[in-house]
Design a protein around this ligand. Structure first.
Ligand SMILES: Nc1nc2c(ncn2[C@@H]2O[C@H](COP(=O)(O)OP(=O)(O)OP(=O)(O)O)[C@@H](O)[C@H]2O)c(=O)[nH]1
Ligand SMILES: [Mg+2]
Ligand SMILES: [Zn+2]
Length: 311
Protein backbone atom coordinates (compact mmCIF):
# COMPACT_ATOMS: atom_id res chain seq x y z
CA UNK A 1 0.00 0.00 0.00
CA UNK A 2 1.35 3.34 -1.10
CA UNK A 3 -0.01 6.81 -0.42
CA UNK A 4 0.20 9.17 -3.37
CA UNK A 5 -1.26 12.36 -4.79
CA UNK A 6 -2.93 12.56 -8.19
CA UNK A 7 -1.13 15.11 -10.37
CA UNK A 8 -2.81 14.56 -13.69
CA UNK A 9 -5.65 12.71 -15.32
CA UNK A 10 -5.71 11.80 -18.99
CA UNK A 11 -8.88 9.85 -19.64
CA UNK A 12 -8.69 6.59 -17.73
CA UNK A 13 -5.03 6.91 -16.65
CA UNK A 14 -3.76 9.01 -13.80
CA UNK A 15 -0.29 10.19 -12.89
CA UNK A 16 0.38 10.00 -9.16
CA UNK A 17 3.28 11.23 -7.07
CA UNK A 18 4.07 8.88 -4.19
CA UNK A 19 5.19 10.11 -0.79
CA UNK A 20 8.63 8.72 -1.65
CA UNK A 21 8.71 11.02 -4.68
CA UNK A 22 8.15 8.47 -7.46
CA UNK A 23 5.76 8.92 -10.36
CA UNK A 24 3.31 6.10 -11.05
CA UNK A 25 0.78 5.69 -13.85
CA UNK A 26 -2.47 4.37 -12.36
CA UNK A 27 -5.93 3.18 -13.17
CA UNK A 28 -8.83 2.87 -10.74
CA UNK A 29 -9.42 -0.61 -9.41
CA UNK A 30 -13.16 -1.19 -9.88
CA UNK A 31 -15.64 1.62 -9.55
CA UNK A 32 -14.89 4.58 -7.26
CA UNK A 33 -17.89 6.84 -6.73
CA UNK A 34 -18.70 10.07 -4.95
CA UNK A 35 -22.19 9.94 -3.45
CA UNK A 36 -24.72 12.46 -4.75
CA UNK A 37 -22.81 13.42 -7.88
CA UNK A 38 -22.69 12.14 -11.43
CA UNK A 39 -19.04 12.69 -12.11
CA UNK A 40 -17.04 12.54 -15.30
CA UNK A 41 -13.93 11.98 -13.19
CA UNK A 42 -14.21 9.82 -10.07
CA UNK A 43 -10.51 10.36 -9.32
CA UNK A 44 -9.55 14.04 -9.37
CA UNK A 45 -6.37 16.06 -9.60
CA UNK A 46 -5.27 16.76 -6.03
CA UNK A 47 -6.76 13.58 -4.58
CA UNK A 48 -4.76 11.66 -2.02
CA UNK A 49 -5.11 7.99 -2.91
CA UNK A 50 -3.95 4.54 -1.89
CA UNK A 51 -2.20 2.63 -4.65
CA UNK A 52 -1.52 -1.05 -5.11
CA UNK A 53 1.69 -1.21 -7.11
CA UNK A 54 1.74 -3.45 -10.22
CA UNK A 55 5.37 -2.77 -11.13
CA UNK A 56 7.86 0.11 -10.83
CA UNK A 57 5.86 2.30 -13.15
CA UNK A 58 2.18 1.48 -12.70
CA UNK A 59 -0.45 0.70 -10.11
CA UNK A 60 -4.11 0.50 -9.21
CA UNK A 61 -5.95 3.15 -7.22
CA UNK A 62 -7.80 1.17 -4.55
CA UNK A 63 -9.04 4.04 -2.42
CA UNK A 64 -9.55 7.79 -2.54
CA UNK A 65 -8.84 9.32 0.86
CA UNK A 66 -11.49 11.73 2.19
CA UNK A 67 -11.27 15.04 0.38
CA UNK A 68 -10.78 18.11 2.57
CA UNK A 69 -12.57 20.06 -0.14
CA UNK A 70 -13.01 20.06 -3.88
CA UNK A 71 -14.17 22.50 -6.48
CA UNK A 72 -16.76 21.23 -8.90
CA UNK A 73 -18.45 22.51 -12.06
CA UNK A 74 -20.73 21.27 -14.81
CA UNK A 75 -18.66 19.21 -17.19
CA UNK A 76 -17.85 21.39 -20.21
CA UNK A 77 -18.03 18.29 -22.42
CA UNK A 78 -21.12 16.61 -21.00
CA UNK A 79 -23.69 18.95 -19.45
CA UNK A 80 -25.41 16.13 -17.56
CA UNK A 81 -22.33 15.40 -15.51
CA UNK A 82 -20.32 17.28 -12.94
CA UNK A 83 -16.58 17.56 -13.06
CA UNK A 84 -14.19 18.01 -10.16
CA UNK A 85 -11.62 20.61 -11.18
CA UNK A 86 -9.29 19.78 -8.26
CA UNK A 87 -9.37 18.70 -4.63
CA UNK A 88 -7.61 19.28 -1.29
CA UNK A 89 -6.88 22.93 -2.01
CA UNK A 90 -5.57 25.52 0.44
CA UNK A 91 -6.40 28.48 -1.77
CA UNK A 92 -7.31 29.75 -5.19
CA UNK A 93 -5.41 32.39 -7.11
CA UNK A 94 -8.00 33.93 -9.38
CA UNK A 95 -5.99 35.21 -12.32
CA UNK A 96 -7.49 38.11 -14.19
CA UNK A 97 -6.36 40.76 -16.65
CA UNK A 98 -7.90 44.17 -17.25
CA UNK A 99 -7.16 43.91 -20.97
CA UNK A 100 -5.79 41.37 -23.47
CA UNK A 101 -8.08 39.59 -22.60
CA UNK A 102 -10.48 41.60 -20.49
CA UNK A 103 -11.94 39.73 -17.53
CA UNK A 104 -15.42 40.83 -16.47
CA UNK A 105 -16.37 41.44 -12.87
CA UNK A 106 -19.31 39.09 -13.53
CA UNK A 107 -16.86 36.26 -14.09
CA UNK A 108 -14.68 37.22 -11.14
CA UNK A 109 -17.69 37.31 -8.82
CA UNK A 110 -18.95 33.92 -9.97
CA UNK A 111 -15.58 32.30 -9.45
CA UNK A 112 -15.16 33.90 -6.02
CA UNK A 113 -18.63 32.67 -5.07
CA UNK A 114 -17.86 29.11 -6.14
CA UNK A 115 -14.59 29.11 -4.18
CA UNK A 116 -16.45 30.39 -1.09
CA UNK A 117 -19.03 27.59 -1.51
CA UNK A 118 -16.24 25.06 -1.21
CA UNK A 119 -14.45 26.94 1.61
CA UNK A 120 -11.43 27.79 -0.49
CA UNK A 121 -9.93 31.22 0.30
CA UNK A 122 -9.19 33.34 -2.78
CA UNK A 123 -6.63 35.90 -3.79
CA UNK A 124 -7.24 38.09 -6.84
CA UNK A 125 -4.13 38.25 -9.00
CA UNK A 126 -4.21 40.86 -11.75
CA UNK A 127 -1.61 39.97 -14.35
CA UNK A 128 -0.15 41.85 -17.32
CA UNK A 129 0.29 45.14 -15.44
CA UNK A 130 3.05 45.97 -17.96
CA UNK A 131 0.27 46.56 -20.52
CA UNK A 132 -1.80 48.99 -18.49
CA UNK A 133 -0.90 52.49 -19.69
CA UNK A 134 -4.17 53.75 -21.06
CA UNK A 135 -6.00 56.00 -18.60
CA UNK A 136 -9.23 54.03 -18.75
CA UNK A 137 -7.45 50.76 -18.15
CA UNK A 138 -5.57 52.17 -15.15
CA UNK A 139 -8.86 53.53 -13.79
CA UNK A 140 -10.46 50.09 -14.07
CA UNK A 141 -7.47 48.47 -12.40
CA UNK A 142 -7.78 50.88 -9.45
CA UNK A 143 -11.51 50.25 -9.31
CA UNK A 144 -10.93 46.48 -9.04
CA UNK A 145 -8.37 46.99 -6.31
CA UNK A 146 -10.88 48.95 -4.30
CA UNK A 147 -13.90 46.67 -4.99
CA UNK A 148 -12.14 43.43 -4.07
CA UNK A 149 -10.03 44.92 -1.31
CA UNK A 150 -13.24 46.19 0.32
CA UNK A 151 -14.92 42.84 -0.22
CA UNK A 152 -12.14 41.24 1.84
CA UNK A 153 -9.91 39.71 -0.81
CA UNK A 154 -6.17 40.28 -1.10
CA UNK A 155 -5.39 41.82 -4.50
CA UNK A 156 -1.94 41.31 -6.07
CA UNK A 157 -0.59 43.04 -9.15
CA UNK A 158 1.75 41.01 -11.30
CA UNK A 159 3.54 40.97 -14.61
CA UNK A 160 4.56 37.42 -15.38
CA UNK A 161 6.39 38.71 -18.41
CA UNK A 162 8.55 41.21 -16.54
CA UNK A 163 8.69 39.34 -13.25
CA UNK A 164 7.05 42.10 -11.17
CA UNK A 165 5.13 40.98 -8.11
CA UNK A 166 6.28 37.38 -8.37
CA UNK A 167 8.09 37.32 -5.02
CA UNK A 168 4.84 38.05 -3.25
CA UNK A 169 3.20 35.18 -5.15
CA UNK A 170 6.09 32.89 -4.16
CA UNK A 171 5.48 33.72 -0.51
CA UNK A 172 1.75 33.14 -0.88
CA UNK A 173 2.07 29.69 -2.41
CA UNK A 174 4.97 28.29 -0.36
CA UNK A 175 4.05 24.89 1.07
CA UNK A 176 0.42 25.17 -0.03
CA UNK A 177 -1.84 23.57 -2.62
CA UNK A 178 -2.98 26.42 -4.84
CA UNK A 179 -5.44 26.41 -7.70
CA UNK A 180 -4.72 28.85 -10.53
CA UNK A 181 -7.99 29.64 -12.28
CA UNK A 182 -9.25 32.22 -14.75
CA UNK A 183 -10.07 32.89 -18.40
CA UNK A 184 -7.91 31.53 -21.18
CA UNK A 185 -5.02 33.83 -22.07
CA UNK A 186 -4.69 35.69 -18.75
CA UNK A 187 -1.26 34.10 -18.23
CA UNK A 188 -1.82 31.30 -15.70
CA UNK A 189 0.72 29.00 -17.30
CA UNK A 190 3.20 31.83 -17.94
CA UNK A 191 3.24 32.64 -14.21
CA UNK A 192 3.62 28.98 -13.27
CA UNK A 193 6.59 28.69 -15.65
CA UNK A 194 8.13 31.72 -13.95
CA UNK A 195 7.52 30.26 -10.47
CA UNK A 196 8.86 26.78 -11.23
CA UNK A 197 12.06 27.07 -13.26
CA UNK A 198 12.61 24.27 -15.74
CA UNK A 199 8.93 23.39 -16.08
CA UNK A 200 8.56 24.96 -19.52
CA UNK A 201 4.84 24.34 -20.07
CA UNK A 202 3.41 25.57 -23.35
CA UNK A 203 1.76 28.98 -23.54
CA UNK A 204 0.28 30.76 -26.51
CA UNK A 205 -0.38 34.39 -27.44
CA UNK A 206 -4.01 35.46 -27.42
CA UNK A 207 -5.88 35.65 -30.71
CA UNK A 208 -5.47 39.14 -32.22
CA UNK A 209 -8.90 39.04 -33.87
CA UNK A 210 -10.92 38.04 -30.79
CA UNK A 211 -8.71 39.36 -27.99
CA UNK A 212 -9.20 36.01 -26.27
CA UNK A 213 -6.91 33.19 -25.21
CA UNK A 214 -6.63 30.06 -27.34
CA UNK A 215 -7.24 27.41 -24.69
CA UNK A 216 -3.63 26.31 -24.62
CA UNK A 217 -3.80 24.32 -21.39
CA UNK A 218 -6.30 21.50 -21.97
CA UNK A 219 -6.10 19.40 -18.77
CA UNK A 220 -5.81 20.40 -15.14
CA UNK A 221 -2.38 19.42 -13.88
CA UNK A 222 -0.77 19.68 -10.49
CA UNK A 223 2.89 20.73 -10.34
CA UNK A 224 4.96 20.04 -7.20
CA UNK A 225 6.87 23.03 -5.83
CA UNK A 226 9.36 20.79 -4.06
CA UNK A 227 8.58 22.24 -0.59
CA UNK A 228 5.39 20.20 -0.06
CA UNK A 229 3.36 22.75 -1.98
CA UNK A 230 1.64 22.29 -5.34
CA UNK A 231 0.19 24.50 -8.05
CA UNK A 232 -2.74 23.33 -10.14
CA UNK A 233 -2.70 24.80 -13.63
CA UNK A 234 -6.16 24.64 -15.20
CA UNK A 235 -7.61 25.16 -18.67
CA UNK A 236 -9.14 28.62 -19.14
CA UNK A 237 -12.73 28.78 -17.96
CA UNK A 238 -15.05 30.44 -20.47
CA UNK A 239 -18.17 30.83 -18.38
CA UNK A 240 -19.01 29.43 -15.06
CA UNK A 241 -22.44 28.11 -14.22
CA UNK A 242 -23.12 28.06 -10.51
CA UNK A 243 -24.56 24.70 -9.44
CA UNK A 244 -25.70 23.07 -6.19
CA UNK A 245 -26.72 26.38 -4.66
CA UNK A 246 -30.16 27.59 -3.59
CA UNK A 247 -31.15 31.20 -4.34
CA UNK A 248 -31.37 32.06 -0.63
CA UNK A 249 -27.78 30.86 -0.10
CA UNK A 250 -26.12 33.06 -2.73
CA UNK A 251 -25.76 36.11 -0.44
CA UNK A 252 -23.87 34.07 2.15
CA UNK A 253 -20.95 33.77 -0.24
CA UNK A 254 -20.61 37.50 -0.93
CA UNK A 255 -18.25 38.21 1.95
CA UNK A 256 -18.96 41.92 2.34
CA UNK A 257 -22.74 41.25 2.52
CA UNK A 258 -22.34 39.13 5.65
CA UNK A 259 -22.44 41.90 8.30
CA UNK A 260 -25.83 43.05 6.94
CA UNK A 261 -27.66 39.76 6.41
CA UNK A 262 -29.12 39.62 9.92
CA UNK A 263 -30.25 43.24 9.74
CA UNK A 264 -32.77 42.73 6.94
CA UNK A 265 -36.43 43.03 7.98
CA UNK A 266 -37.40 39.69 6.44
CA UNK A 267 -35.66 36.41 7.17
CA UNK A 268 -36.04 35.24 3.60
CA UNK A 269 -34.88 38.55 2.10
CA UNK A 270 -33.18 38.04 -1.28
CA UNK A 271 -31.91 41.64 -1.17
CA UNK A 272 -33.72 42.87 -4.25
CA UNK A 273 -36.45 45.38 -3.49
CA UNK A 274 -37.75 44.02 -0.20
CA UNK A 275 -38.61 46.71 2.34
CA UNK A 276 -36.09 47.10 5.15
CA UNK A 277 -33.26 45.39 3.25
CA UNK A 278 -29.97 46.20 4.99
CA UNK A 279 -27.87 44.91 2.09
CA UNK A 280 -29.58 47.27 -0.32
CA UNK A 281 -29.10 50.10 2.15
CA UNK A 282 -25.38 49.31 2.33
CA UNK A 283 -25.28 49.42 -1.46
CA UNK A 284 -27.09 52.77 -1.56
CA UNK A 285 -24.62 54.14 0.98
CA UNK A 286 -21.73 52.96 -1.17
CA UNK A 287 -20.46 50.34 1.30
CA UNK A 288 -21.19 47.56 -1.21
CA UNK A 289 -19.84 48.15 -4.72
CA UNK A 290 -22.29 48.59 -7.62
CA UNK A 291 -20.81 45.74 -9.65
CA UNK A 292 -20.91 43.30 -6.72
CA UNK A 293 -24.56 44.13 -6.03
CA UNK A 294 -25.53 43.84 -9.74
CA UNK A 295 -23.60 40.60 -10.23
CA UNK A 296 -25.24 39.13 -7.15
CA UNK A 297 -28.64 39.77 -8.78
CA UNK A 298 -27.52 38.27 -12.07
CA UNK A 299 -26.29 35.10 -10.40
CA UNK A 300 -29.55 34.89 -8.46
CA UNK A 301 -31.57 35.18 -11.67
CA UNK A 302 -29.46 32.54 -13.43
CA UNK A 303 -29.91 30.10 -10.59
CA UNK A 304 -33.66 30.69 -10.51
CA UNK A 305 -33.83 30.16 -14.27
CA UNK A 306 -31.90 26.88 -14.33
CA UNK A 307 -33.19 25.20 -11.16
CA UNK A 308 -29.86 23.45 -10.83
CA UNK A 309 -30.25 23.22 -7.07
CA UNK A 310 -33.38 21.09 -7.34
CA UNK A 311 -31.70 17.75 -7.80
N1 LIG B 1 2.29 41.50 -21.76
C1 LIG B 1 2.17 40.42 -21.01
N2 LIG B 1 1.85 39.25 -21.58
C2 LIG B 1 1.72 38.17 -20.79
C3 LIG B 1 1.91 38.23 -19.40
N3 LIG B 1 1.70 36.99 -18.87
C4 LIG B 1 1.37 36.20 -19.92
N4 LIG B 1 1.40 36.90 -21.08
C5 LIG B 1 1.12 36.40 -22.42
O1 LIG B 1 -0.24 36.02 -22.50
C6 LIG B 1 -0.41 34.91 -23.42
C7 LIG B 1 -1.24 33.81 -22.78
O2 LIG B 1 -0.52 33.25 -21.70
P1 LIG B 1 -0.79 31.77 -21.14
O3 LIG B 1 0.12 31.59 -19.97
O4 LIG B 1 -0.74 30.76 -22.22
O5 LIG B 1 -2.30 31.94 -20.63
P2 LIG B 1 -3.20 30.86 -19.84
O6 LIG B 1 -3.96 31.64 -18.82
O7 LIG B 1 -2.38 29.74 -19.35
O8 LIG B 1 -4.23 30.38 -20.98
P3 LIG B 1 -4.97 28.94 -21.13
O9 LIG B 1 -3.97 27.86 -20.93
O10 LIG B 1 -5.52 28.97 -22.53
O11 LIG B 1 -6.06 28.94 -20.10
C8 LIG B 1 1.01 34.47 -23.78
O12 LIG B 1 1.33 35.02 -25.06
C9 LIG B 1 1.89 35.12 -22.72
O13 LIG B 1 3.18 35.40 -23.16
C10 LIG B 1 2.29 39.49 -18.82
O14 LIG B 1 2.49 39.65 -17.61
N5 LIG B 1 2.38 40.55 -19.68
MG1 LIG C 1 -2.43 27.72 -19.71
ZN1 LIG D 1 -32.02 42.10 2.38
Amino acid sequence: MIKARILKSTGSWYTALTEAGDLLECRPKGKLRLKGFKLTNPVAVGDWVIIEKENDFSGLVTQILDRENFIIRKSPRNRKNDHIIASNLDQMLLMASVKSPRTSTGFIDRLLLVAEMYHIPSVLVINKVDLYEDEKVVARLEEWQSIYGNAGYPVKLVSAEQGTGLNEIRELIAGKSTLFAGHSGVGKTTIINALIPGLDLSTKEISSTHDKGQHTTTFAEMHPLGDGGFIVDTPGIKELQVINLEPAEVCQYFLEFLPFLNECKFNDCLHRDEPGCAVKEAFVEGVIADSRFMNYHKILEDIEATNYWER
